[in-house]
Design a protein around this ligand. Structure first.
Ligand SMILES: Nc1ncnc2c1ncn2[C@@H]1O[C@H](COP(=O)(O)OP(=O)(O)OP(=O)(O)O)[C@@H](O)[C@H]1O
Length: 303
């Protein structure tokens, strides 16, 4: 499927420092794309370039396969790192104003704001000044600001930071609805468990370069074949200690804790030798393939 929003070879220099170096990015229609990387990796800089807030030193941003214009960008929902709503203005008032700026009729903007505030559990705060809300609730309003006009794409800089688990679920539900209506969604986050749970695709940046990209499953499979083994400690002569695994050729022990172990398979079939040896020593409780969590893959690829 053709990506709607693409970056090709994005490079950005600040003085002598190259903070983005040839970054490619694809955000596909109807897919949630997670944008991850350590502090300072270049995520915010990339998002600013996507939205035209910052110019690239080289490279380009494409919309539907052609250079993205200011008109294309006008309908993208953007939640910038510096946020951007007015603390002293009332919540609903400024959201309606934003909808109007995107070309909505007043009545349509009011309806959209009412619905969004209801979904985000903020109906009772509509007439309060933004600054009187807790930080988490202010964050919800910031996301509402990106959604109010029915965006053609969403680019959100850490929309989940500082949210309680219920707010995360409410926000995730809203974003999923946008994805379901075909909107490409890109969001940055340091919460890798959340990225793993919510995203279809992931892009990993490290020091200004794209070091990995693909579906969550593809990235998790990068660690190679792994197997989890557990034996019955009581019935084995050696008390179930799996230390012997270290001597099996073609096997890379990742973790051993008495009768439980996790090992990588470097030579196809080596896991069958492990199983045969384990069964020779006593009963086996578990022998199953294991996929590393995204957080583990992340540590590997950004190293
Ligand atoms: N205006 C600027 N002038 C000079 N350097 C900048 C400027 N903006 C960003 N940088 C540098 O670019 C690098 C990338 O920063 P960026 O904010 O894009 O990273 P990030 O991945 O979003 O980080 P974080 O997860 O901490 O938000 C950093 O080293 C930062 O100091």
């Amino acid at each position: 499927m053709q990506a709607v929003l693409q970056a090709r070879g994005l490079t950005r220099r600040f003085g002598d420092a190259t903070v983005l170096d040839g970054v490619d990015l694809d955000v596909r229609a109807g897919r949630m794309t997670g944008f991850v990387g350590a502090n300072g990796a270049g995520k915010t800089t990339t998002m600013r370039i996507l939205l035209g807030v910052l110019a690239p030193s080289a490279g380009e941003v494409l919309w539907d396969g052609r250079p993205m214009t200011a008109a294309d960008r006008r309908d993208v929902g953007y939640m910038p790192e510096e946020r951007g709503l007015y603390p002293k203005q009332r919540v609903a008032e400024q959201l309606v104003h934003l909808g109007r700026l995107h070309g909505m009729a007043a009545a349509a903007a009011r309806t959209s704001v009412e619905q969004l505030l209801g979904r985000l559990d903020l109906a009772g705060r509509a007439d309060d000044k933004l600054e009187s809300l807790s930080l988490g609730n202010q964050q919800r309003v910031q996301v509402a600001a990106a959604l109010v006009h029915g965006p053609t794409a969403l680019v959100l800089d850490e929309p989940f930071s500082g949210l309680d688990p219920l707010a995360v679920d409410a926000m995730a539900g809203l974003l999923r609805e946008e994805v379901a209506r075909g909107v490409p969604v890109l969001f940055s986050s340091h919460q890798l468990d959340l990225v793993e749970r919510l995203c279809d695709d992931v892009v990993v940046l490290a020091q200004g370069r794209r070091v990995a990209a693909g579906t969550v499953a593809e990235l998790r499979a990068r660690g190679g074949e792994r197997v989890r083994l557990e034996v019955d400690p009581g019935s084995s002569a050696d008390g179930g200690d799996l230390g012997w695994l270290r001597a099996v050729p073609g096997v890379r022990v990742l973790d051993v804790d008495g009768p439980r172990a996790l090992f990588g398979v470097d030579e196809p079939g080596a896991e069958q030798h492990v199983l045969a040896e384990a069964l020779r020593r006593g009963p086996v409780r578990a022998f199953a393939p294991d996929v590393p969590p995204l957080s583990e893959v992340f540590r590997e690829v950004v190293r």
